[in-house]
Design a protein around this ligand. Sequence first.
Ligand code: C5P
Length: 303
Amino acid sequence: MRMIRSTSVGEPQTLIIHTPAKLNLYLNILGKRADGFHDLETMMVSVRLFDTIRFESSTAANIELRCRSRIASTITLPTDRRNLIIKAAEILRTETGSNFGATLFLEKRIPSEAGMGGGSSDAAATLVGLNLLWKLNLSPEKLHQLAAQLGSDVNFFLDSAPASLCTGRGEKTEPICLSQPMHFVIVKPPSGLSTKAVFEIWAEEKSSFTMPLSSVQNVLQSGRPTEIQKILQNSLEQPARCLNVDVDRLLRVLAKQDVLGFAMTGSGSACFAMCRSHLHARTIANRLKALRLGEVFVVAAGV
Ligand code: C5P
């Protein structure tokens, strides 16, 4: 995440955070756990598509969230406790026994119900932003503990790493470097998918892969085009195809494109194609836009 701070005397203190989306380049579900979650191993990269949150300190004790959508597909977001931003703010107050207030302005560019981590990214930015704005001085370790309580992907965004190997239910992160930029086209179909529902369908088929995470990392870092499609795999792809015909259609179209590889991200419904360069990504994006499969984004990672 990228942060801009304003500390002018007399004004309410403000902080602006640009917080990214993610793609799961590899996602392997290992099995269901006693707590109802699933153990998994995944390689996530953060991509240059950002939500923006402006934090303003307030003398009142309430936390107010205002949202503005910058994309067509975003459903109306709740601004109460159903929004992870409010949950993140409340968890900080409970943890520190404080009663600070703030107004948060969210500009939404990351589509919802897409598997792109928008809500988790916003929650991570809120933990970081309010920890600074309210001068709580919580350590990175404590913020990680709170992040894990908010959702399985929040820890990834807290690290601000270009890429991570994530295990456990997704909350155990091992940041890694990317040796070169990567270029993607993302398509978000008009319909979204519920993460919970997709995991439930997975439990019926239980498809897993056997590739070690280190091989995934090696292939990505070597950038060998012929091998990349082998690692772009997602255990949740088949379940999502069963639940959502848009995802099935989109993946069939991506299979016919001249790209390095393609897959669904997270629990969908967005899917992505990996391209050779920014220019190549723009060419593919124009072709996909003409097919009207959903909203199309050209993004880079690792730059
Ligand atoms: O952690 P998060 O809030 O993103 O998870 C949403 C839902 O997805 C969970 O309630 C659970 O049903 C499912 N999930 C899971 N195993 C994971 C991550 C998510 O079963 N590792």
